[in-house]
Design a protein around this ligand. Structure first.
Ligand SMILES: Cc1ncc(COP(=O)(O)O)c(C=O)c1O
Length: 368
């Protein structure tokens, strides 16, 4: 039973089949007159259209890349080409380091300042602290849409509103969020939004949105003869992983075929509540205590049972969960009270009520 969705999701057969088919039938380069080249172009156009539908943006404004971290390193450098020494970058304590390290390294190279937006007692983003830290020198507010460690969802429309008041960009790490909530980059008001398909039953492939005028304004790092249209293509240097793009389209088709993200989010909320309601008294959940404002990713400890031991014993009983110290969320780790490790349980749409009940009963046994 896979209860580690925040680490990586299981992939349906049709995604693997689409990848294999693309390798067999569409292995060529684009721009030629022969049939396989046309098929590759079709794969590319379809993947862009599918990503546009998934994110609610124009297919032109989609950027594919290796994964979230590589996209973040690349796009942060592209965005900042004309920034000045002393410009400021805000990251948040809820962030995964994949969304922080690119800015820290950039700041080290270019003389920018990085500051942290704090979290509240219940591990939500502290919007008052964001307001206090915003000024005219802030170029970007970078934060997760939801935490990979404790599951908190960030109020992105509000973050975007505040960032835009001082002329800063809202730069969103949506690796977890996009796997659990319907995405509407327009409604969220963000300028850049980056996700990773392997968290939502797809291949290992990053996908990003950039606001159209912003992408038009950036000078890309690309080989000069390579295509410049659509605008998103400028920021995908080199040959694209065509077979993974075919797998991406199959992933979106799969998610739509089982009801789409709206329905899946509602189902996951029910499952998450069932999990919270059934936890033994010995469990401490860090952060939000209900499903309000969170996805079904929970960080917890059982009294008297070290998390590493619990993960091992649960694995022996057939449950895939993970124990770790910081979850790559280094800013958040300083706020978490446990001495060593905690156990993360992350649910996704393919998990069932029976699995949750079985898992809860194992947790109760462990606690005895
Ligand atoms: C919130 C968050 N951001 C970024 C990443 C890194 O993503 P990627 O593996 O696509 O680089 C992860 C991976 O778990 C994550 O959970």
């Amino acid at each position: 039973m896979f209860l580690d969705a925040p680490g990586g999701s299981q992939v349906p057969d049709e995604v693997g089949d689409a990848i294999a088919r693309a390798l067999r039938e569409a292995s060529a380069n684009i721009g030629a007159n022969y049939e396989t080249s046309k098929r590759v172009e079709h794969v590319l156009a379809t993947a862009r259209a599918d990503a546009g539908r998934f994110l609610n943006c124009s297919p032109d404004d989609v950027i594919f890349g290796t994964n979230m971290t590589v996209l973040d390193f690349t796009l942060s450098r592209t965005a900042s080409r004309d920034w000045k020494e002393g410009d400021r970058i805000l990251v948040s304590r809820l962030d995964h380091d994949g969304g922080v390290a690119p800015w820290i390294e950039l700041a080290a190279d270019r003389g920018f300042e990085v500051d942290w937006i704090d979290v509240t007692q219940d591990l939500r983003l502290d919007l008052d602290d964001l307001e206090r830290k915003l000024d005219e020198r802030v170029r970007v507010v970078a934060c997760v849409a939801s935490s990979n460690a404790v599951g908190t969802i960030v109020d992105l429309p509000r973050v975007s509103e505040l960032a835009h008041e001082v002329g800063a960009l809202t730069w969103v790490d949506a690796v977890q969020y996009a796997a659990h909530e319907p995405v509407d980059v327009q409604a969220l008001g963000c300028d850049v939004f980056i996700a990773s398909a392997y968290k939502f039953c797809g291949p290992h492939l990053g996908v990003a949105y950039g606001r159209h005028e912003l992408l038009e304004s950036w000078r890309p790092y690309k080989a000069r003869p390579a295509q410049s249209e659509p605008v998103g293509r400028r920021f995908e240097p080199g040959t694209a992983p065509y077979e993974l793009l075919a797998g991406f389209s199959a992933t979106i088709a799969y998610l739509e075929s089982i009801g789409g993200m709206q329905a899946l989010a509602a189902y996951e909320r029910e499952l998450g509540q069932r999990f919270l309601d059934g936890l033994p008294n010995s469990a401490t959940v860090y952060g939000l205590q209900t499903m309000e404002g969170r996805i079904a990713t929970f960080l917890l400890n059982l009294e008297g049972v070290p998390a590493a031991d619990a993960a091992l014993r649960l694995a022996e009983r057939g449950y895939g969960v993970w124990a770790h110290d910081n979850w790559y969320s280094l800013g958040l780790r300083e706020k978490l009270p446990y001495p060593q490790d905690a156990l993360r349980v992350g649910l996704i749409h393919y998990n069932t009520a029976e699995e949750i009940d079985g898992f809860l009963s194992e947790l109760s046994h462990l606690s005895k």
